[in-house]
Design a binder for this molecule. Structure first.
Ligand SMILES: NC(=O)c1ccc[n+]([C@@H]2O[C@H](COP(=O)([O-])OP(=O)(O)OC[C@H]3O[C@@H](n4cnc5c(N)ncnc54)[C@H](O)[C@@H]3O)[C@@H](O)[C@H]2O)c1
Length: 437
């Protein structure tokens, strides 16, 4: 069996590496030639725990990487994992996926193989039927369901846990018509993930499941953040104890109840916007989802209010931002709340120094010389008038009174409550813990 993965980002490269390391004959294709060259040498284009080891193993076992689409020739399964980023109006940008499936269609036109094309990229309901299928049939001059299979298979992995999630997904969703291709796909996934529930449904439901998942997670985060803001105004109240306890109720569950500066990353904000935009188009007003977004945006405003209460006008004030990655154990800063905070602070004339264990390069690509970058936490705090902890890197839990000794003003805003139990000798503001004003 030969498998192609098209689009070697977090999703595609993790999947290709896992498949090859499990002895599937795998080819990985990406339009970015430089990226392909790096990956072939096991030089990762981004940081993801365990990926390097898995990729190295995959390459040893024959994983082929390239930018030439003819590599899909003779493949039984062709997975599409290209990006579907956000357009300015909130809708998803389908240009990459259109290009990718058009390239696949052209190759199908020339060969006699009957592959199954599986779309893992996140797309709004109807995209498979109204956009992807027509392009494939036109370019290949063949019929979906007869000459090739077409299946929606949304991906649920989380960055920083991508390899584990790829190996052990909580569910596999297969959307499409009940053809021989669906049976083959089901057999493939049952072997790849024994004991994992496989949900077989139609295209539009599979597409919707992905948005249901992410919009629910975003709702959970905004819910706990709103409660965190209430706790912050009740002297002594602690959001972590609230979250831990309600999380023990199996009807609620403990994940995604970690109050903080709001959700970010390449998926939740974009998928929320895409769902709201899609619902609007079909005449549904997503009142709840819009409030979830508003609550999320407000978290940064809350941090800036605390900062201004403490140090007044921010013009020329020296602020240290600890953490720019959207979560720990990644270097991904796409839609990171920390990046949004830095932009707002720059608008107000503040002078920013940042520290992040993995994301300095990506942050530099975004801000260049507008801000300063330090490799050590202590250095980032020298002469600082306020430190804001944004990302829950475990390094920040090691901050002590000695680490902050060179700060000009010892003010710390801790959006993750990492130092709450530490007796830090500073004007300390843990988000979500009530204190007397
Ligand atoms: N990152 C996540 O945590 C995550 C989780 C679940 C689902 N998803 C979804 O999976 C999809 C991929 O996400 P990602 O984060 O891996 O994206 P990414 O931006 O990290 O990578 C996408 C890759 O596709 C390549 N590409 C673009 N156009 C191409 C084309 N025509 N042919 C071949 N390659 C092409 C790009 O060069 C890039 O390397 C998106 O739809 C995303 O919403 C992402």
């Amino acid at each position: 069996m030969k498998i192609a993965i098209i689009g070697l980002g977090f999703v595609g490269l993790s999947f290709a590496s896992v498949l090859a390391s499990k002895d599937y004959k795998t080819v990985g294709i990406d339009v970015d030639k430089n990226k392909c060259e790096k990956i072939s040498k096991c030089d990762l284009p981004f940081f993801e725990p365990s990926l390097e080891r898995t990729l190295r193993n995959g390459l040893k076992k024959g994983l082929v990487i390239g930018n030439d689409f003819s590599l899909i020739d003779g493949c039984d399964f062709i997975f599409v994992t290209v990006g579907t980023p956000q357009r300015p109006n909130g809708a998803i940008d389908l240009s990459m996926i259109k290009k990718a499936v058009s390239s696949i269609g052209k190759i199908l036109c020339k060969n006699n193989k009957n592959p199954i094309i599986i779309i893992k990229s996140t797309v709004v309901p109807g995209t498979m039927k109204n956009v992807i299928l027509p392009i494939l049939e036109k370019e290949s001059n063949k019929k979906a369901g007869d000459d090739f299979g077409l299946i929606s298979n949304p991906e649920f992995l989380q960055e920083s846990n991508a390899i584990k999630d790829t190996k052990f997904p909580h569910a596999v969703v297969l959307g499409g018509y009940q053809t021989k291709y669906m049976i083959k796909a089901k057999n493939f996934f049952s072997k790849l993930h024994p004991n994992t529930p496989i949900i077989i449904t139609n295209h539009q439901t599979a597409e919707m499941i992905k948005y249901a998942n992410n919009s629910f997670l975003a709702t959970k985060i905004s819910f706990i953040n709103q409660l965190s803001n209430i706790c912050q105004n009740i002297p002594g109240a602690n959001i972590d104890d609230v979250a831990k306890t309600i999380g023990l109720d199996p009807r609620i569950g403990k994940s995604f109840l970690n109050a903080g500066p709001g959700y970010g990353g390449s998926c939740l904000p974009k998928d929320m916007k895409a769902l709201i935009n899609f619902a609007n188009k079909i005449g549904i007003k997503s009142t709840l989802l819009k409030e979830v977004e508003k609550t999320n945006q407000k978290q940064i405003t809350n941090i800036i209010s605390i900062l201004e209460e403490e140090i007044g006008n921010l013009k020329t004030k020296r602020i240290t931002v600890l953490g720019t990655a959207f979560k720990p154990e990644t270097d991904d800063i796409r839609d990171s709340t920390s990046i949004k905070l830095i932009k707002k602070l720059l608008e107000k004339g503040a002078r920013i120094t940042i520290h992040d264990p993995k994301a300095i390069e990506n942050t530099k690509n975004m801000f260049g010389k507008k801000i300063k970058y330090k490799k050590s936490i202590i250095d980032s705090l020298i002469r600082s008038q306020c430190a804001i902890i944004m990302t829950q890197w475990k390094e920040y839990s090691k901050i002590t009174n000695s680490t902050i000794r060179h700060m000009d003003k010892k003010i710390i805003i801790d959006s993750r409550r990492i130092l709450a139990d530490k007796n830090i000798n500073a004007n300390y503001h843990p988000i979500g813990i009530g204190y007397d004003k």
